[in-house]
Write a protein that binds this ligand. Structure first.
Ligand code: UDP
Length: 462
């Protein structure tokens, strides 16, 4: 995604080194942030793993450095099967090549001096490298502030007996973190449950050691969580989101799959606010049984639907093999299935009336920014917290609480799309949409926070 040179500030003669976590939901916000800071006069170098790398020719205004982290093939593949083991490995393996890369950049006298490193919160090993090389590190957290409060409470949650999660306690409230229940606490399938605790506490502790944290959120949405974190972390916080709404995109966000542009022409033919857009992000995996319940729930809801079935979404299937023959044809064009959608454009389309989402933070924020109410089906980690906030705190969606069952799906879609109760939800999300625009305007909170961030970076001594 590129931005034009118009409105660009005078070059500052300082370079920022940005290092994203190499997963789609983390790379795109980091590239958006790079664009934002480039437009404020900083030069940008993106450091990236060779794994999942973006295409540098799409970003001619940035310099790229690839580190060879040499992850064994089985470790790369475990990004899909055991995400937490993958994150631990990245943190263990990337230290030496990243150190060499940063040292090399620092000694390059042909480039502008480096003001700071900005790295993803989950790449917590970068804090020690930055400290050793005397480069200030800012953290980008691509998730919500509310879910970070939960991560930051992990030691307390363990002490109080909520963690590790016991099946017998799932419905109980977490009294220290209302309105969460035990089943809303971050969890994920992993070979060693201790690994999640390790990743989370390292992420929080190394964020505390940083020179500040940048957030893809805005004050009006997460004021309470931001205040709590400000007290707990003791570093400056810069909520400057929503990133993707800061400039007119001239090309699509980076992704490993091409966008299926038929989505938009199909949406053009539908009635305003009638379509349920269904998409579960880049990592979630469901079983074949769940896939079929979703398919029948959508079919029985009588609403038109646009459904992203990413190859790899269904465990054990390549793509749509398990769908009964003639399933889509029998719906007479009411359903459209694609492999990957231009999601931001889809959500902005007037035909879309609801987003059935896994509540990854990017998807949640994109839905809020377009005023689209949500049906929440969190899969793992912070998605559970996001879903609870969407349904209970912000009141802008309904959560599928009783598992994935076709009758429940049909009822939930109808409650949101046709029944009266859906109107209040719609009103609340349009109100948040207005706030998400207002915060970026001249006197808006995110605009001011970005000014603060630029001043903060300029004041850092490396
Ligand atoms: N996305 C997209 N097309 C799709 C599905 C997802 O462009 O068909 C984008 C979506 O707009 C979002 C990102 O992929 O920016 C997914 O990030 P999120 O945090 O929601 O979920 P994750 O993939 O990290 O689980």
């Amino acid at each position: 995604r590129q931005i034009s040179n118009s409105g660009m500030e005078q070059r500052k003669g300082r370079r920022l080194v940005l290092f994203p976590l190499p997963l789609q939901g983390h790379i795109n916000p980091m590239l958006d942030l790079a664009n934002i800071l480039h437009s404020r006069g900083f030069s940008i170098t993106i450091v990236h793993t060779s794994f999942n790398s973006p295409e540098p020719s799409n970003y001619p205004h940035f310099a790229f450095r690839f580190i060879s982290e040499n992850l064994p093939e089985d470790r790369r593949a475990c990004c899909k099967t055991d995400l937490i083991a993958f994150l631990l490995t990245l943190n263990e393996e990337c230290g030496p090549p990243f150190r060499d890369c940063l040292a090399d950049l620092l000694s390059d006298s042909s480039e502008e001096p480096i003001a700071c490193l900005i790295s993803d919160a989950i790449l917590y090993f970068t804090q020690d490298v930055a400290h050793e090389l005397k480069v200030p590190r800012l953290v980008l957290r691509t998730g919500a502030a509310s879910s970070f409060c939960v991560f930051s409470a992990f030691p307390l949650l363990r002490e109080k007996g909520y963690l590790p999660i016991q099946d017998s306690q799932l419905e109980e409230p977490v009294v220290e973190l209302p309105p969460l229940r035990v089943k809303d606490l971050p969890s994920i399938h992993t070979n060693d449950p201790e690994d999640l605790y390790k990743v989370v506490t390292s992420m929080v502790n190394q964020s505390k050691a940083s020179s500040g944290m940048i957030w893809n959120t805005f004050q009006e949405l997460e004021q309470a969580a931001l205040e709590t974190l400000h007290q707990q972390l003791g570093v400056p916080l810069f909520p400057i989101g929503p990133f993707h709404k800061r400039f007119a995109a001239t090309s699509s966000p980076c992704s490993s799959l091409p966008h299926d542009e038929t989505c938009l022409s199909w949406l053009d033919k539908q009635v305003p606010q009638s379509v349920v857009y269904v998409g579960f992000g880049s990592l979630a995996i469901i079983s074949e049984t769940q896939f079929l319940e979703i398919a029948w729930g959508l079919a029985n809801s009588n609403q038109p639907f646009l459904w992203v079935v990413r190859p790899g979404l269904i465990r054990g299937s390549d793509w749509l093999e398990s769908l009964p023959d003639g399933f889509l044809e029998a719906l007479g064009g009411r359903g459209h299935i694609v492999k990957w959608a231009p999601q931001q454009q889809v959500l902005a389309h007037p035909s879309v009336g609801a987003f059935w989402t896994h509540n990854g933070w990017n998807s949640t924020l994109e839905s809020i920014c377009e005023g689209v109410p949500m049906i929440c089906m969190p899969c793992f980690t912070d998605q559970r917290v996001n879903a609870r906030y969407v349904s209970e705190v912000w009141g802008i969606g309904l959560q599928l609480e009783k598992g994935l069952e076709r009758g429940e799906i049909e009822r939930t879609i109808k409650r949101l799309m046709v029944k009266k109760g859906g109107e209040n939800i719609r009103e609340r999300v349009s109100c948040l949409k207005k706030k998400s625009y207002a915060c970026l305007s001249r006197d808006g909170s995110s605009k001011q926070s970005l000014d603060d961030l630029v001043r903060h970076i300029s004041s850092l001594e490396s």
